[in-house]
Ligand binder design. Structure first.
Ligand code: AHG
Ligand code: MN
Ligand code: MN
Length: 337
């Protein structure tokens, strides 16, 4: 049985199922190659001089690490010349990056969190890249980066593909083109992603939750009640014991949920209320919500399905509750009373 590489999987999705276009196939292959390059840079660590601070801040006012900046550059450079994109937007850039005039333009928009889990870089814990693909609306104004922002402001339900790479003990690429979720493992010797898991399904029930407990006093009452009830365990109102895991890299926490279920929460809290939440809608919440729903899970703000949110700004933030469907529904129910 020949190995099913990413290229082969995408060709099947294009040729036999008609789910993706040739341009989307090319786009996803280019993103995967960029993730491979990021994986190589991360793997070198201190030997490659990639650890530590970049000495700059991003639009969100966060200090950038060298790898945040490097990963952003790798993704931009890989994607701008292929002719498959109209524009890109990133957590690390104030404004969209337009495809330079010397290159042809395509019909897709790409957004990314080039390096997720920045606080884990220097401690050698799993980090990742998250990306999302949208169709560029017909007649969109791409004359300036400012004007181009409007083209990106589409609800997550319109995504045509989303994925993430986890740079952990192995480098994985987890992808959905709207036809379920598949996982590829990077074969480092051959330099290609090989399909290693198909039809990913998140168990509907779970006894594992992921949240930054240090923020408890800042959460809204429904989340406080829900987490207190989980912590109360078997003798509490939920009647079962829970376990807690918090990697503090969304990719790693979501990947655990993709593997064995669980619920991940970065809910609204008083420290981030003026920003709308902690996690970014276009670069983190939407792609992860798309993947989780494609794997049979749920993704909500507590009040609303994440994929239904109509974005107002490129860098908008939202509360995020996602994972095992029954547990996400339970969390939403706490918000409804
Ligand atoms: P980023 O590194 O892209 O800024 O994202 C970090 C996010 C997410 O990955 C993680 O779940 C969360 O921030 C960690 O937050 P805490 O610092 O509160 O643990
Ligand atoms: Mn992130
Ligand atoms: Mn990031």
């Amino acid at each position: 049985m020949p190995q099913r590489t990413l290229a082969r999987y995408l060709t099947e999705e294009q040729r036999h199922k008609g789910i993706i276009t040739g341009d989307l196939k090319l786009l996803l292959e280019v993103v995967a190659r960029a993730c491979q390059a990021i994986s190589v840079a991360i793997g070198k660590g201190a030997l490659g001089g990639v650890l530590g601070e970049a000495g700059s801040d991003n639009i969100q006012g966060e200090a950038q690490k060298k790898l945040d900046v490097l990963s952003n550059e790798i993704l931009l450079e890989a994607n701008e010349w292929g002719g498959h994109l109209a524009a890109m937007a990133s957590e690390e850039m104030d404004l969209p990056h337009l495809v330079p005039h010397r290159f042809p333009k395509g019909e897709y928009l790409l957004t990314f969190d080039p390096l997720d889990g920045s606080s884990n870089i220097d401690v050698n814990v799993s980090i990742g890249t998250i990306f999302s693909v949208l169709k560029c609306p017909e007649g969109a104004d791409l004359s300036t980066p400012q004007a181009a922002e409007q083209a990106f402001l589409q609800p997550g339900s319109t995504q045509v593909a989303a994925g993430y790479a986890v740079y952990g003990p192995t480098t994985l690429l987890v992808l959905s083109v709207g036809d379920g979720v598949v996982v590829f493992t990077l074969d480092r010797e051959q330099g290609q992603f090989v399909l290693t898991r198909e039809n990913v399904r998140i168990p509907a029930e779970t006894q594992e939750f992921a949240i930054n407990m240090a923020n408890r006093r800042f959460w809204e009452a429904p989340v406080q009640r829900y987490v207190d009830d989980m912590v109360a365990g078997r003798s509490g109102p939920l009647g079962k014991d829970y376990n807690m895991r918090w990697v503090a890299s969304m990719v790693a926490d979501v990947h655990r949920i993709m593997t064995r279920g669980g619920i991940f929460m970065y809910p609204m809290d008083e420290k981030v209320r003026d920003k709308g939440g902690k996690l970014r809608l276009m670069y983190e919440a939407n792609p992860m919500a798309f993947l989780v729903e494609q794997a049979g899970g749920g993704a909500s703000t507590g009040y609303q399905r994440i994929l239904d949110i109509v974005p107002e700004h490129l860098h908008q933030r939202v509360p995020v509750i996602l994972g095992s469907r029954q547990e996400v529904e339970r969390a939403a129910a706490y918000h409804a009373v």
